[in-house]
Design a protein around this ligand. Structure first.
Ligand code: PLP
Length: 364
């Protein structure tokens, strides 16, 4: 059955790059086929370039962004470890939940939603954290936090602590520089700015994190030691761990090739220009942006629903009349905020104009 084509301008998934879609339709190879192993190696190499890292442990994990979060904590947290989590939206809350399940003593540093992470408050939250975690691009609010600043402050105050960054909505959309910023562990998702369907979690893990990793994590599927036996091979060759999602990896490779062909700098400028146009246009319509000024993500715009307007009805009309999906707000803002994504292939001026025009018509 043919499905309807939509313009996906919500918080994800976004419409994939055509190259990534074509990658999905490539002939299926076995996961140990030398041709596929070459695809996997190129994918890991392209991921390193995208993350800005030399970390040997850089790979696409099988699963969506949340599996990256899970793997991050599963491989680093021992019961009783102090994990400081900066919470300025839904995904910070989720990190607390996940870290807690691995036995962490979670120190939660709450911020007002819509505000960026306050670096000073986070680094002074505990005298000796084992791990400090923050979300780079909070999809629930449209806010960018200063991970470079957090990394620098952490190195000064707690040089022993590991830094974990959630880059699900940032990678491929705004600058991410894992090595330069001192990030030890980072994960992303394919369905946002990387412009690929949901299904993989690009992941990177520093050598420092590797030395201190949990040798036998409580989750077999996410054991980085075992996964390395397949992704990087060992003395006896590549060991089967689980059947790699070959079609998704081929698609990711094609999406990354597309991004690097355009150039990472041009890709981030394209996101910046599209986001600016959308945010200017929304303000020209008299709408109020939700995220704090100066910290707004170009790829994900949060905007307040005007007084007296039925938020769900507007979204429904955009979907049925214009084939455009936008997102509701998250948490307490479910009915009072809309979230509009211009990510990956959709980070374009024409998409910004399209959603502005449709919204203008629907709002009358
Ligand atoms: N972290 C952030 C910042 C996200 O935006 C999301 C998804 O929207 C996730 C984590 C979880 O990713 P997924 O829904 O792909 O499992």
């Amino acid at each position: 059955m043919a499905l309807t084509e939509r313009t996906l301008l919500g918080p994800g998934p976004s419409n994939p790059y055509p190259e990534a879609t074509a990658g999905l339709a490539a002939p299926l190879l076995g996961h140990l086929d030398p041709e596929f192993i070459a695809v996997l190696e190129r994918t890991c190499e392209r991921l390193r370039a995208t993350w800005g890292t030399d970390n040997p442990v850089t790979l696409p994990l099988s699963g969506t962004g949340s599996i990256g979060m899970e793997a991050a904590f599963a491989n680093t947290v021992r019961p009783g470890d102090v994990v400081v989590v900066a919470v300025n939206g839904l995904f910070g809350v989720r990190m607390c939940e996940v870290a807690g399940r691995y036995g962490a003593e979670v120190v939660r540093v709450d911020h007002t939603w819509g505000e960026p992470v306050d670096v000073e408050r986070v680094v002074t939250a505990h005298p000796s954290p084992a791990l400090v975690a923050a979300v780079h691009a909070e999809t629930s609010t449209g806010v960018r936090s200063d991970i470079a600043g957090l990394g620098a402050a952490l190195r000064r105050r707690h040089p022993e602590a590991l830094l974990l960054a959630d880059c699900v909505t940032s990678l491929g959309g705004i600058e991410v520089a894992v090595d330069e910023w001192g990030v030890d562990i980072a994960y992303s998702g394919t369905q946002k700015c990387l412009g690929v369907a949901p299904g993989l979690a690009p992941f990177t893990f520093s050598e420092r994190a590797w030395e201190r990793r949990v040798e036998i994590p409580p989750v077999w599927y996410l054991d980085l030691g075992l996964l390395g036996g397949y992704v990087r091979g060992g003395p006896g060759g590549r060991a089967y761990h689980h059947t790699a999602p070959v079609a998704m990896i081929a698609s990711l490779e094609a999406g990354l090739a597309r991004i690097h062909e355009e150039g990472l700098g041009s890709v981030t400028e394209r996101h910046e220009a599209a986001g600016r146009r959308l945010q200017d246009g929304l303000r020209e319509m008299g709408l109020e942006l939700f995220a704090a000024e100066g910290h707004r993500l170009p790829q994900l715009t949060s905007v307040r629903v005007p007084e007296g307007v039925d938020s769900a009805k507007v979204r429904e009309q955009l979907l049925t009349d214009y084939g455009i999906e936008i997102g509701a707000g998250a948490g307490d803002y479910a009915n009072s905020v809309w979230r509009i994504g211009l990510m990956g292939h959709n980070a374009r001026l024409d998409r910004a104009e399209l959603v502005l025009t449709a919204l203008r018509r629907v709002l009358g």
